[in-house]
Design a protein around this ligand. Structure first.
Ligand code: TXA
Ligand code: MG
Length: 364
């Protein structure tokens, strides 16, 4: 156990003294949780085997799931990676860095072998957050950082989520308030041709295709079968609340109808059903019109308007944690349109639900 300190910092103009201290902790092999534009990260010196091992221990993360290395400049990226064979990385870095795009490139020796879990590639990104960039500069080295949650739990979009999971396991938490994007970076594998999106995230496939002027493949949702997954993280259960969870696809009125009929069926069977809902404003309104809401047995986290994908993404992980605290029998989440940021939202919801997705359509 270590004593975990939480220090508040201004997201736009972080206090240099606080950042200098945080950088010193990283240089000494310690752990610092810090905000990025996507989610909070759990940072350690990417060049130190011992420091990186502490990340895996603190998270309870399987050693075969590699970490993302964070840099503060395009130049320093090339101190830990080689360019991809087609030299696409530079175009992408210039357009999207700093920002929620992680590039998988051939690795260099300088890195801790633990960071890449023995792979010959490294995942790299430059975060778009002043605190993250200032921390990397203060540490004067690249920082390895997975999301700062216990392995398998929803990612942290606020500093207190980090404490919920990692209090006593990390020296310092830099609290700069809620993160902006809310879902993690897009992971793009540039080691082959065409590039493959291993994890949809804050940068959309449409944006990548436009910049590359080439095809971009999407990795299958679950790489079942004998082949080793290209992104080792894909094989683990992720983002999961304690409660059982299901994702419902359909229009807001269809989703509302399905929720209502689930409740009616449970009541007809003489059972109560405590629900947690992560749904759009439209679905909430429909449930209210039908007299389903308000109900003390139903906890609701309203994501935003159905078309407001940014709001869905920003609120997603917090909603899963908040709803879980109400101890429902079941969490029901509404899927969004499967394009743009919606790909990342649906991907996280599906994983949180352990793949349980139901289509709710065509009922009277
Ligand atoms: O937005 C983000 O990316 C956040 C913030 C903190 O930067 N970080 C994050 O890290 O989400 P993590 O560890 O939770 O997810 C990293 C993902 C995992 O799915 C991992 O398997 C994959 O990236 N990954 C890491 N290195 C890889 C590599 N060399 N090849 C393929 N996949 C890799
Ligand atoms: Mg993670």
């Amino acid at each position: 156990m270590v004593r975990t300190r939480l220090v508040r910092v201004d997201p736009a103009v972080p206090d240099p003294a606080a950042l200098e201290e945080a950088g010193a902790i990283i240089r000494a092999g310690g752990l610092v949780a810090f905000p990025t534009e996507t989610v909070y990260g759990l940072g350690a010196d990417a060049l130190s085997d011992r420091a990186v091992r502490r990340i895996f221990e603190a998270k309870g993360r399987p050693g075969d799931n590699p970490l993302i290395v964070h840099v503060a400049s395009i130049q320093s990226a090339m101190t830990v990676a080689h360019p991809d064979p087609r030299g696409r990385w530079r175009m992408l870095a210039e357009r999207f860095w700093p920002g929620p795009l992680t590039l998988v490139l051939p690795r260099r020796e300088a890195l801790s072998a633990r960071v890449t879990a023995g792979l010959d590639t490294v995942a790299l990104r430059m975060p778009r957050h002043e605190v993250a960039l200032a921390l990397i500069r203060a540490a004067a080295r690249p920082i390895a950082a997975p999301s700062a949650n216990r392995s398998g739990r929803p990612s942290p979009s606020e500093a207190w989520h980090v404490l919920e999971d990692l209090d006593g396991r990390v020296e310092l938490v830099l609290d700069a308030g809620p993160t902006g994007v809310g879902v993690e970076s897009t992971v793009l594998d540039l080691s082959g041709d065409p590039p493959v999106v291993l994890r949809p995230g804050g940068v959309t496939p449409e944006e990548l295709r436009e910049t590359l002027a080439t095809g971009v493949e999407m990795a299958g949702p679950d790489l079942a079968g004998g082949e080793p997954p290209r992104s080792p993280g894909l094989k683990y259960r992720h983002y999961a609340p304690e409660a059982a969870m299901v994702v419902i696809e359909g229009s807001p009125s269809e989703v509302a109808r399905c929720i209502a009929s689930r409740l009616a069926a449970a009541r007809a069977g003489g059972r109560g059903l405590r629900l947690g809902l992560f749904v759009s404003q439209e679905t909430t309104a429909a449930l209210t019109r039908q007299g389903v809401l308000p109900d003390p047995a139903i906890a609701v986290a309203v994501a935003g308007a159905r078309a407001d994908l940014e709001a869905f993404a920003r609120g997603l992980f917090r909603a899963l944690r908040d709803l879980d605290r109400a101890r429902p029998d079941l969490i029901v989440a509404e899927a969004v349109e499967n394009r743009g940021l919606g790909l990342a939202i649906n991907n996280r919801l599906r994983k949180a639900a352990g793949g349980r997705v139901e289509r709710c359509a065509g009922q009277p």
